[in-house]
Each structure stands twice: as C-alpha cells, then as structure tokens.
Write a protein that binds this ligand. Structure first.
Ligand code: SF4
Length: 407
C-alpha cells in the first residue's frame, strides 16, 4: 500500500462537467465554495472569486436570488477564473435568468422549488444549453410533504427520496446531467443519507455538512462528515460550509483532500511537535509565524517546526525540510540532515528561503549547497549541551513515575 493514499476504491459514477471541470467518473475530487457578496456587486464578487481560486477552489457558487444578481452573473461569468454555479432557492425564473447569464451550473433546492412544471422547465432549458444541475437537498428545507410522510422528522430516507423524486422529474424531460447532495447539519444523519444515496444512484455526489458553524467546531463537524465518506470512496466534489471568510472554506477543502492523498499537494504541509519541557522556543508561535510566512505560496513540501534539537531532527526526518531549536539558534535540516545554523529570530525566514530553493533546485542541490558536516557538528554540540542542561528526562516523567511508585 502507498502509505499516503486510501485503500478503499472510489465509487464508480458517471461524469459531468461544470464548465471545464470534470466531476465524478474518476476525476480528482474538486473543491467548491460560495461567495458571500451580493452577486449584483460585480467587482466585489469577482475579487472574492479570485481569492477563492487562488486558495485552491475549483468551482465557485454565487447566489442568484433576484434579477440584479442574474444581471451580475452575466458580467461575472466571462471574467471568472473558475466555473460559476448559480444557487437557486425559491424562484425557478431565477434559474432561467442564470442560464441566460451563461452560468456553468445550477443548484436547485427541491424543497423550495416544488412545482413539477417549474422543475421540468428549468431542466429542459439546462439540457438545451448543456449546463449541469446539482440537486441540492437540504435537511433544514426538506419538502414538507416528505417531512410529513417520514413521521415529521428529517431522515436519511426522506432526503434520498427527495433527490430521487427530482431525478424522476428530470428524467421525464430527458435530462440527466446531474450531481446530487443531501446535506444536513447533523453529521451522522448526513453520513447515512449519503451512504443510502450512493447505493441508490450512480450520479456524482457533492458532499457537505450544512451550517457547520464557525471554526474550529465547524471545521471539525464538516471534516467528520466529509472525510468519513471520502474514506469510504463516496464523494466527487466537496464544500466546507463555515461561518467564516469563504477563503477559509477553500483552504480547508484543499487541506483535507491533500491530507487524504486525494489531491496533489499544492501548498506546504506544516508539521510541528506538540512542544514539551525540552522546547527551546515557543513552538506554537514559530509554527504560526511559519504558516503565515508561507501563506498561499505554492510550495508543495512537508516542513517541520520542532522545539528542540535533541529529538527534533530525528522525529521529523521524513519531512522535506525542518528547523529545530537549540540554545537561541535554529538548526535547519533537509531530509533529516543538518544543513545550517541560523539565529533564533531568523528561523522562519530561513525556512522560507530554503523551501523556495528546494522547490526550484531539488533536495540534492540543497544538500550540496553547504557543508553538512559542519552543520551536523554544530547540532551535536547544542544537542549535548541541552542534554547536559536538562538531562535525558527533560519532562521529569521518570522522576514522577518514581515518586508515584514510592507513594
Ligand atoms: S522533545 Fe523536542 S521535538 Fe520533541 S516535543 Fe519536546 S521540544 Fe518538541
């Protein structure tokens, strides 16, 4: 097994295209987010779309809730760097207007647009233009008739039935360019609904935990739902619904897919030790400073921030690059080999500089760049001094165990 990838095969689905982005059918899992500007504010919305695209978002959704929003879409779509989906809730005419604006996809909420003739009119027009539709079932706005039929509760069965009902209307007009979501804010409910949906259809699935809330709880909930399903091979495109800047949603989506080996790494993977009594620096601060310094730079390396040179380089030997603190200075290491010593306040700058060098010239060139024997000697010196200072039991664990034993 490749230690960096999942073993469960991804579910086989048909493939659709949102603009030039393939969804399902073996395509890479894509990241979506949604603008929070008024869509009529063309420049403000485009700024947000560009920010989302540079944070790794593949597809962006904008609300189309009024005619001014549809007019905005007509101006936004030609200038957008990524495909645009119009989010439609109550008025089917807004879907027709969004299609006229040239959007690459629609999202319809079957709980809110319920008249079959309206649903079929939109599907017919989308079909004529080759535009896909997401059937976006939402636990919080389930069709009241289905709610009543399922005992006055939102159940996985009710959500799947809502999606299948909409698919049947589409089928009546020969439209099947569809992906589906069955989102809920309750994580177990959402997981079960998607599992049942995955058994019921071969359309690609858009995953999300709706109204997850602000981070960190929102991130945890969304990850619990989305990652569980992805690990089972279910899911073709994802969205984190956070009460936060949408760029946070895009970053979270990207990071999740990279962590699960479902997308190629684009930005750094920063690992850091949890810190302990041996730490020679404020590891939390250095790690956060490093994250801020790397920002959204496209540096697809694993970078380690370690609190001490006693254990740091060894524990993070698999990282592409790292730094470990020792007596007011930082020991830089590349693939576990010490390469340089820098003053403590230059640790973060040095990490960024070395990372950029490795991305441009490779690891071998980085190791050949310096006298690694000298750096190794310096690291050994600090290591020995720190061991002298704090001994082998810096956290006093063994001393405590001894006391406990003697109680
Ligand atoms: S021993 Fe060093 S590297 Fe390990 S957690 Fe403590 S400070 Fe960090």
């Amino acid at each position: 097994m490749d230690a960096g990838s999942l073993t469960t095969p991804r579910r086989t689905t048909r493939q659709i295209h949102v603009g030039d982005v393939a969804v399902g059918g073996g395509a890479p899992v894509t990241i979506q987010s949604m603008t929070i500007t008024k869509t009529a504010d063309v420049e403000g919305t485009l700024q947000q779309i560009y920010a989302l695209a540079s944070a790794g978002c593949d597809i962006v959704r904008c609300t189309c809730n009024e005619i001014e929003a549809a007019e905005g879409l007509a101006r936004i779509v030609p200038r957008s760097p990524v495909p645009i989906i119009a989010d439609i809730h109550h008025q089917y005419r807004m879907a027709l207007a969004a299609l006229e604006a040239g959007v690459h996809g629609l999202r319809l909420n079957p709980g809110n647009i319920r008249k079959p003739e309206h649903i079929k009119a939109v599907a017919t027009e989308a079909g004529a233009r080759g535009v896909p539709i997401r059937i976006g079932v939402n636990g919080g706005s389930l069709d009241p008739a289905l709610y009543a039929k399922h005992g006055g509760r939102v159940t996985p069965e009710a959500m799947v039935e809502s999606a299948m009902q909409e698919l049947a209307y589409f089928d009546e007009v020969g439209f099947d360019d569809v992906k589906i979501s069955v989102k809920a804010s309750n994580v177990p409910l959402m997981i079960e609904a998607y599992r049942q949906l995955a058994d019921a259809t071969d359309h690609p699935l858009h995953l999300g935990v709706t109204e997850a809330g602000p981070p960190p709880a929102g991130l945890v909930k969304a990850t619990a739902g989305i990652a569980t399903l992805l690990a089972e091979g279910i899911g073709d495109t994802i969205r984190y619904s956070l009460t936060a800047d949408p760029v946070e949603e895009a970053r979270a989506g990207r990071q999740l897919l990279e962590a699960m080996g479902l997308r190629e790494r684009k930005n750094i993977d920063l690992i850091a030790c949890p810190s302990c009594g041996r730490a020679e620096v404020d590891v939390i601060k250095v790690a956060n400073d490093a994250l801020a310094a790397f920002g959204d730079r496209e540096i697809p390396l694993q970078v380690a921030v370690m609190g001490c040179v006693v254990n740091g380089p060894g524990e993070a030997r698999d990282a592409d690059l790292g730094i470990a603190a020792g007596r007011h200075r930082g020991h830089l290491f590349v693939k576990g080999q010490n390469v340089a010593v820098v003053p403590e306040d230059e640790m973060v700058d040095a990490l960024v500089e070395w990372a950029e060098f490795i991305v441009e010239h490779g690891t071998e060139a980085a190791l050949a760049r310096v006298d690694t024997t000298k750096a190794q000697r310096e690291a050994e010196r600090d290591r020995a001094a720190l061991l002298d200072d704090k001994g082998a039991d810096a956290n006093r664990s063994e001393q405590r165990v001894e006391i406990i034993r003697n109680l």
